[in-house]
Design a protein around this ligand. Structure first.
Ligand SMILES: NC(=O)c1ccc[n+]([C@@H]2O[C@H](COP(=O)([O-])OP(=O)(O)OC[C@H]3O[C@@H](n4cnc5c(N)ncnc54)[C@H](O)[C@@H]3O)[C@@H](O)[C@H]2O)c1
Ligand SMILES: N[C@@H](CCC=O)C(=O)O
Length: 548
């Protein structure tokens, strides 16, 4: 592969938001795209193997969470033989894909970003709204802005990584570091809740020259397939990315049993990730793989807001409501435990919080644009959340301050709920519910150290957290004290809404490997660097001076 210049990437900037206000062009175009997609349901989705659509005899259904009778997609499910074929054709495609220059690989993803920002923006948003139950704004920040940002910033970070070269060359020597793609294939498993994350789980390793098998979440097959099609339209060669929806355990088993399995790129729940790590670890112990697979996973959270008595109350309330209830609390970053000082609680926090939460409208995204809270994703989630509400209502240690009801007559709707408890070790402060349920503990103003200890040790997670305080000395102390409690830490802001290029995202402890999606750090997990020493001097004596 000849090289005649060091090309510069175009200036990489965040995708600007559109605002979708009344009478705006973007609102009109989005609604039109939504209606068009709605008229085409159910969409048939084949596998994408070696660049070809493959149909199987095994059909799965993705249903609309706010209207569960409506089938959004009928998707073909891969058998073990289909997955095996996908792996072999990915390994075949690898030779050409990894030998393309970085410029050409980056061009594919910059073009995909452009296509999503323009031609496919509203289609991808509509699929995310109908399939995953997002309202307009939540779809815009995910299926338009964040995915475009991932694709563009990945190119910038990859280019920066490639430029990291050994700082020293002895006389007559040229040292170089080559960032080789992994030997084998990458297996990407996507979550339901972010179209952008699904896209980036495939795109990040692909950009570094890897080939990828993508198993979409059963509840995001439509949006994930549109992303796959966009990558292909942008010039991704056949076979570099294989789209294999199917039984999660079966598809994974075939991947994990393959000698050339080189990396897992996962986003989803903690328990699933732990079990996958166990399977891979066991296989490693039996020498099943060519190389030690990389394991990259972003998982659950039980994220906190800590409101100090010096906090500006109104701002802390507004941020609390948004963080807990946007997208029905189904962001891994969502707020689910609030620790508020008694004086703030009594000086207006409580009343404003209740007033705001009771005013939140619940319903389908386009039925009424003022609906702030939509449906939870599926029957399993609805049943689990309903059981949490029932047990809270019967629990003498818990007071239901707002919400508490659930209705699945048309869609999976759960009321935005506030649970107050005097027991800070209650399960409501420990378990990730992944729904619109906020647990509240009111602490005495003078017990700041005790509350920090609670935040840090009550559960196993370490994903996101925020502190609200105007007193700068307190801000400094809390920032130090809670250093390991969150991988994304916010001061006087909500614990959701990380922006690629601004706040690389991820947490440690039970929340994941903290490789930070939307940064160069994660890209470095998908390469196997080679150090090359190129010597120009001739050797002419075996003995060293010290041997003389
Ligand atoms: N930390 C982050 O960056 C981040 C981002 C988004 C979501 N999440 C987490 O994801 C979870 C919600 O997403 P979800 O409901 O899609 O999670 P999930 O764990 O149920 O599913 C995630 C993916 O794993 C697959 N899967 C499920 N069981 C499997 C098994 N036994 N073997 C192999 N694959 C399996 C699913 O089919 C899906 O594709 C929450 O816990 C949330 O906190 C974390
Ligand atoms: N990056 C998103 C969360 C992604 C997880 O679901 C945020 O910061 O809110």
């Amino acid at each position: 592969m000849s090289k005649f210049a060091d090309f510069q990437l175009p200036l990489i900037k965040n995708e600007p938001p559109k605002n979708y206000g009344p009478q705006s062009v973007e609102r009109e175009q989005l609604v039109a795209a939504y209606r068009e997609l709605e008229s085409q349901l159910p969409v048939t989705i084949p596998l994408g193997v070696n660049g070809k659509d493959v149909k199987t005899n095994d059909i799965g259904e993705q249903r609309c969470p706010f209207d569960h009778k409506k089938v959004v997609a009928r998707y073909h499910r891969a058998s073990p033989a289909d997955v095996q074929a996908a792996i072999e054709s990915a390994l075949e495609a690898k030779k050409e894909w990894e030998n393309l220059s970085f410029t050409d690989r980056a061009a594919v993803f910059l073009k995909a970003a452009h296509l999503i920002s323009t031609k496919y923006r509203y289609k991808l948003m509509a699929a995310t709204m109908i399939g995953q139950g997002k309202n307009i704004w939540q779809a815009e920040i995910d299926a338009a802005m964040e995915i475009v940002d991932f694709l563009r910033f990945d190119c910038k970070y990859a280019s920066e990584l490639y430029s990291v070269q050994p700082p020293e060359n002895s006389t007559g020597v040229w040292n170089r570091t080559e960032y080789r793609p992994l030997e084998g294939f990458v297996y990407a498993i996507t979550p339901f809740n972010f179209t952008a994350i699904g896209g980036n789980l495939a795109a990040a390793p692909l950009l570094m020259g890897n080939v990828v098998l993508m198993k979409p979440s059963d509840h995001a097959v439509l949006s994930n397939r549109i992303v796959y099609d966009i990558f292909v339209e942008a010039g991704l060669p056949a076979g570099a990315l294989q789209f294999v929806p199917g039984d999660a355990i079966e598809v994974s088993k075939t991947c994990f049993n393959h000698f050339d399995f080189a990396a897992l790129h996962f986003t989803g729940s903690t328990n699933v990730f732990r079990s996958l790590w166990g399977i891979i670890g066991e296989n490693v112990a039996h020498g099943k793989y060519r190389t030690y697979p990389k394991i990259v996973g972003e998982t659950g959270g039980k994220n906190f807001h800590l409101v100090h008595h010096s906090a500006q109350i109104r701002s802390a309330v507004v941020n609390t409501v948004r963080a807990a209830y946007e997208y029905q609390g189904q962001k891994c970053s969502a707020l689910s435990r609030l620790y508020v000082s008694r004086s703030s609680w009594e000086a207006g926090f409580r009343d404003q919080l209740l007033q705001e939460v009771k005013a939140l409208k619940v319903g389908a995204p386009l039925e009424d644009l003022s609906n702030f809270v939509g449906p939870v994703i599926h029957r399993g989630s609805f049943d689990k959340l309903k059981a949490v509400l029932q047990s809270a209502a019967a629990d003498s240690e818990v007071e239901v301050l707002a919400g508490g009801k659930a209705d699945d007559s048309t869609g999976y709707f759960v009321e935005p709920t506030i649970l107050l408890s005097k027991n800070p070790k209650h399960d409501i402060f420990k378990t990730e519910f992944f729904g619109p349920i906020l647990a509240v503990y009111v602490y005495e103003d003078e017990s700041l150290e005790e509350v920090c200890e609670l935040i840090d040790t009550t559960n196993a997670y370490g994903l996101t957290g925020s502190i609200f305080a105007q007193d700068r000395i307190v801000v400094r102390k809390l920032t130090e004290r809670l250093r390991n409690a969150a991988g994304n830490f916010y001061i006087n802001d909500k614990c959701t809404g990380a922006v690629v290029g601004e706040q690389p995202f991820g947490g440690a402890r039970a929340s994941g490997t903290n490789d930070k999606a939307g940064s160069g750090m994660i890209l470095s997990r998908f390469v196997s660097p080679r150090s090359v020493k190129d010597t120009f001097a001739y050797a002419d004596s075996v003995l060293y001076p010290s041997n003389l």
